[in-house]
Design a protein around this ligand. Structure first.
Ligand SMILES: Cc1cc2nc3c(=O)[nH]c(=O)nc-3n(C[C@H](O)[C@H](O)[C@H](O)COP(=O)(O)O)c2cc1C
Length: 218
Protein backbone atom coordinates (compact mmCIF):
# COMPACT_ATOMS: atom_id res chain seq x y z
CA UNK A 1 0.00 0.00 0.00
CA UNK A 2 2.83 2.35 1.01
CA UNK A 3 4.81 1.41 -2.08
CA UNK A 4 1.79 2.17 -4.25
CA UNK A 5 1.45 5.63 -2.69
CA UNK A 6 5.17 6.35 -3.29
CA UNK A 7 4.85 5.28 -6.96
CA UNK A 8 1.79 7.54 -7.43
CA UNK A 9 3.65 10.51 -5.84
CA UNK A 10 6.73 9.89 -8.01
CA UNK A 11 4.62 9.68 -11.16
CA UNK A 12 2.79 12.89 -10.25
CA UNK A 13 6.09 14.72 -9.62
CA UNK A 14 7.42 13.39 -12.95
CA UNK A 15 4.37 14.71 -14.82
CA UNK A 16 4.71 18.13 -13.12
CA UNK A 17 8.44 18.35 -13.92
CA UNK A 18 7.90 17.38 -17.59
CA UNK A 19 5.00 19.86 -17.92
CA UNK A 20 7.05 22.67 -16.40
CA UNK A 21 10.01 21.82 -18.65
CA UNK A 22 7.89 21.81 -21.80
CA UNK A 23 6.11 25.07 -20.97
CA UNK A 24 9.15 27.01 -19.74
CA UNK A 25 12.14 25.69 -21.69
CA UNK A 26 12.25 27.84 -24.80
CA UNK A 27 15.93 28.00 -25.79
CA UNK A 28 15.39 30.03 -28.95
CA UNK A 29 12.99 32.51 -27.35
CA UNK A 30 15.42 33.09 -24.48
CA UNK A 31 18.12 34.90 -26.48
CA UNK A 32 15.53 36.96 -28.34
CA UNK A 33 13.99 37.92 -25.01
CA UNK A 34 17.34 39.09 -23.59
CA UNK A 35 17.87 41.40 -26.59
CA UNK A 36 14.30 42.70 -26.49
CA UNK A 37 14.51 43.29 -22.73
CA UNK A 38 17.66 45.39 -23.21
CA UNK A 39 15.98 47.41 -25.97
CA UNK A 40 12.81 48.05 -23.99
CA UNK A 41 14.40 48.69 -20.58
CA UNK A 42 17.23 50.99 -21.68
CA UNK A 43 16.75 54.59 -20.72
CA UNK A 44 18.98 57.65 -20.64
CA UNK A 45 20.92 57.80 -17.36
CA UNK A 46 22.28 61.16 -16.22
CA UNK A 47 23.08 60.43 -12.58
CA UNK A 48 26.05 58.20 -11.73
CA UNK A 49 27.60 56.69 -8.61
CA UNK A 50 31.29 57.20 -7.89
CA UNK A 51 32.06 53.52 -8.51
CA UNK A 52 34.85 53.06 -11.05
CA UNK A 53 33.97 51.36 -14.35
CA UNK A 54 36.46 48.54 -15.17
CA UNK A 55 38.32 48.93 -18.48
CA UNK A 56 37.16 45.46 -19.60
CA UNK A 57 33.58 46.62 -19.37
CA UNK A 58 34.35 49.72 -21.43
CA UNK A 59 35.88 47.41 -24.04
CA UNK A 60 32.63 45.40 -24.10
CA UNK A 61 30.74 48.58 -24.94
CA UNK A 62 33.18 49.43 -27.72
CA UNK A 63 32.94 45.91 -29.18
CA UNK A 64 29.16 46.24 -29.25
CA UNK A 65 29.44 49.66 -30.88
CA UNK A 66 31.72 48.32 -33.61
CA UNK A 67 29.33 45.44 -34.30
CA UNK A 68 26.85 47.98 -35.71
CA UNK A 69 25.91 48.04 -39.39
CA UNK A 70 27.52 50.71 -41.56
CA UNK A 71 27.07 51.89 -45.11
CA UNK A 72 29.23 49.82 -47.49
CA UNK A 73 30.66 48.33 -44.27
CA UNK A 74 33.06 51.27 -44.14
CA UNK A 75 32.96 51.56 -40.33
CA UNK A 76 33.94 55.23 -40.43
CA UNK A 77 33.94 55.57 -36.63
CA UNK A 78 36.50 56.51 -34.01
CA UNK A 79 35.91 56.20 -30.26
CA UNK A 80 37.65 58.36 -27.67
CA UNK A 81 37.50 57.12 -24.08
CA UNK A 82 37.82 60.11 -21.79
CA UNK A 83 38.64 59.43 -18.14
CA UNK A 84 40.76 62.44 -17.10
CA UNK A 85 38.74 64.55 -14.67
CA UNK A 86 40.04 67.75 -16.21
CA UNK A 87 38.83 66.84 -19.73
CA UNK A 88 35.44 65.64 -18.47
CA UNK A 89 34.99 68.93 -16.60
CA UNK A 90 36.02 70.94 -19.62
CA UNK A 91 33.46 69.13 -21.77
CA UNK A 92 30.79 69.62 -19.09
CA UNK A 93 31.51 73.30 -19.01
CA UNK A 94 31.46 73.78 -22.78
CA UNK A 95 28.53 71.56 -23.75
CA UNK A 96 25.17 73.10 -22.82
CA UNK A 97 23.22 69.85 -22.33
CA UNK A 98 25.97 67.62 -20.99
CA UNK A 99 26.46 68.98 -17.48
CA UNK A 100 26.25 65.44 -16.07
CA UNK A 101 29.79 64.90 -17.42
CA UNK A 102 31.02 66.71 -14.32
CA UNK A 103 29.75 63.75 -12.25
CA UNK A 104 30.50 60.91 -14.71
CA UNK A 105 33.53 58.66 -14.19
CA UNK A 106 34.10 58.49 -17.95
CA UNK A 107 32.73 59.40 -21.33
CA UNK A 108 32.99 57.93 -24.81
CA UNK A 109 33.10 60.34 -27.71
CA UNK A 110 31.75 58.78 -30.91
CA UNK A 111 33.23 60.52 -33.93
CA UNK A 112 33.13 60.13 -37.69
CA UNK A 113 36.28 59.79 -39.75
CA UNK A 114 35.34 61.67 -42.91
CA UNK A 115 38.34 60.32 -44.83
CA UNK A 116 37.23 56.69 -44.63
CA UNK A 117 35.64 55.16 -47.75
CA UNK A 118 36.29 58.06 -50.11
CA UNK A 119 32.64 59.19 -49.98
CA UNK A 120 31.09 60.84 -53.04
CA UNK A 121 28.77 63.86 -52.82
CA UNK A 122 25.78 61.69 -51.87
CA UNK A 123 27.71 59.76 -49.25
CA UNK A 124 29.26 62.61 -47.26
CA UNK A 125 26.86 62.17 -44.33
CA UNK A 126 26.98 58.39 -44.20
CA UNK A 127 29.29 58.64 -41.19
CA UNK A 128 26.44 60.26 -39.22
CA UNK A 129 24.14 57.28 -39.77
CA UNK A 130 26.92 54.77 -39.18
CA UNK A 131 28.06 56.44 -35.95
CA UNK A 132 24.43 56.72 -34.82
CA UNK A 133 23.95 52.96 -35.24
CA UNK A 134 27.18 52.38 -33.30
CA UNK A 135 26.02 54.72 -30.53
CA UNK A 136 22.73 52.91 -30.12
CA UNK A 137 24.59 49.60 -29.82
CA UNK A 138 26.85 51.19 -27.22
CA UNK A 139 23.89 52.48 -25.19
CA UNK A 140 22.20 49.06 -25.29
CA UNK A 141 25.41 47.30 -24.26
CA UNK A 142 25.86 49.74 -21.35
CA UNK A 143 22.37 48.91 -20.14
CA UNK A 144 22.97 45.16 -20.62
CA UNK A 145 26.07 45.17 -18.37
CA UNK A 146 24.41 47.26 -15.65
CA UNK A 147 25.87 50.64 -16.62
CA UNK A 148 24.02 53.85 -17.36
CA UNK A 149 24.69 56.19 -20.29
CA UNK A 150 23.14 58.95 -22.32
CA UNK A 151 23.69 60.34 -25.83
CA UNK A 152 24.56 64.03 -25.57
CA UNK A 153 24.46 65.79 -28.91
CA UNK A 154 27.50 67.49 -30.48
CA UNK A 155 27.16 67.41 -34.30
CA UNK A 156 25.87 69.46 -36.15
CA UNK A 157 26.37 72.35 -33.68
CA UNK A 158 29.60 74.11 -34.65
CA UNK A 159 30.18 75.57 -31.17
CA UNK A 160 29.88 72.11 -29.55
CA UNK A 161 32.09 70.48 -32.19
CA UNK A 162 34.66 73.15 -31.42
CA UNK A 163 34.56 72.42 -27.66
CA UNK A 164 35.11 68.69 -28.20
CA UNK A 165 37.72 69.24 -30.92
CA UNK A 166 39.77 71.53 -28.67
CA UNK A 167 39.40 69.36 -25.55
CA UNK A 168 40.48 66.17 -27.34
CA UNK A 169 42.79 67.82 -29.87
CA UNK A 170 40.97 66.23 -32.82
CA UNK A 171 42.15 66.78 -36.41
CA UNK A 172 39.77 68.45 -38.92
CA UNK A 173 38.68 65.22 -40.65
CA UNK A 174 37.39 63.74 -37.39
CA UNK A 175 33.94 65.08 -36.47
CA UNK A 176 32.46 64.30 -33.03
CA UNK A 177 28.84 63.16 -33.30
CA UNK A 178 28.17 62.93 -29.58
CA UNK A 179 29.61 62.52 -26.10
CA UNK A 180 28.27 59.58 -24.10
CA UNK A 181 28.86 59.87 -20.34
CA UNK A 182 29.02 56.39 -18.75
CA UNK A 183 28.82 55.25 -15.14
CA UNK A 184 26.97 53.04 -12.70
CA UNK A 185 23.45 54.48 -12.34
CA UNK A 186 22.47 56.18 -9.11
CA UNK A 187 19.05 54.88 -8.11
CA UNK A 188 16.44 53.15 -10.24
CA UNK A 189 15.33 54.56 -13.59
CA UNK A 190 12.18 53.51 -15.41
CA UNK A 191 12.18 53.39 -19.23
CA UNK A 192 9.67 55.60 -21.05
CA UNK A 193 6.85 53.83 -22.86
CA UNK A 194 6.95 54.96 -26.48
CA UNK A 195 4.89 52.42 -28.42
CA UNK A 196 2.41 54.35 -30.54
CA UNK A 197 0.22 52.37 -32.91
CA UNK A 198 -0.81 55.52 -34.81
CA UNK A 199 2.76 55.84 -36.12
CA UNK A 200 2.59 52.47 -37.83
CA UNK A 201 1.22 52.48 -41.36
CA UNK A 202 0.46 49.01 -42.65
CA UNK A 203 0.25 49.25 -46.44
CA UNK A 204 -0.16 46.23 -48.70
CA UNK A 205 0.93 43.88 -45.97
CA UNK A 206 -0.92 41.55 -43.60
CA UNK A 207 -1.44 42.90 -40.08
CA UNK A 208 -0.03 40.98 -37.08
CA UNK A 209 -3.45 39.34 -36.51
CA UNK A 210 -3.73 37.92 -40.02
CA UNK A 211 -4.51 34.19 -40.11
CA UNK A 212 -2.16 32.58 -42.62
CA UNK A 213 -3.42 29.69 -44.77
CA UNK A 214 -1.68 26.36 -44.32
CA UNK A 215 1.29 26.38 -46.74
CA UNK A 216 0.84 24.24 -49.83
CA UNK A 217 3.76 21.84 -49.74
CA UNK A 218 3.19 20.28 -53.18
C1 LIG B 1 20.62 62.99 -31.33
C2 LIG B 1 20.38 63.00 -29.84
C3 LIG B 1 20.86 64.06 -29.11
C4 LIG B 1 20.66 64.07 -27.72
N1 LIG B 1 21.22 65.08 -26.99
C5 LIG B 1 21.08 65.08 -25.63
C6 LIG B 1 21.76 66.05 -24.86
O1 LIG B 1 22.50 66.89 -25.37
N2 LIG B 1 21.62 65.99 -23.51
C7 LIG B 1 20.85 65.03 -22.89
O2 LIG B 1 20.76 65.05 -21.67
N3 LIG B 1 20.20 64.07 -23.62
C8 LIG B 1 20.30 64.06 -24.96
N4 LIG B 1 19.72 63.08 -25.71
C9 LIG B 1 18.94 62.02 -25.03
C10 LIG B 1 17.44 62.23 -25.23
O3 LIG B 1 17.01 63.33 -24.45
C11 LIG B 1 16.70 60.94 -24.81
O4 LIG B 1 17.13 59.87 -25.59
C12 LIG B 1 15.18 61.11 -24.96
O5 LIG B 1 14.69 62.04 -24.02
C13 LIG B 1 14.45 59.80 -24.77
O6 LIG B 1 14.71 59.27 -23.50
P1 LIG B 1 15.33 57.81 -23.31
O7 LIG B 1 16.70 57.80 -23.95
O8 LIG B 1 15.40 57.63 -21.81
O9 LIG B 1 14.42 56.83 -23.94
C14 LIG B 1 19.92 63.03 -27.08
C15 LIG B 1 19.47 61.96 -27.86
C16 LIG B 1 19.70 61.94 -29.22
C17 LIG B 1 19.22 60.73 -30.02
Amino acid sequence: MRLKAIIVILLTVKVIVITLFLTHYKPFRKNEQIVLNAIHNRTSIRDYSEKEVPAQLVEELLKAAMAAPSSRNMQPWEFYVVTERESLDRLAEGLPFAKMLARAPLAIVVAGNTQVGNPNQEQVYNWVMDCSAATQNLLLAAHAVGLGAVWTGVWPYESRIDVVRKTLDLPEHIIPLNVVPVGYPNGKHEPKVKWDETKVHWLQYPTPNTQYPTPNTQ
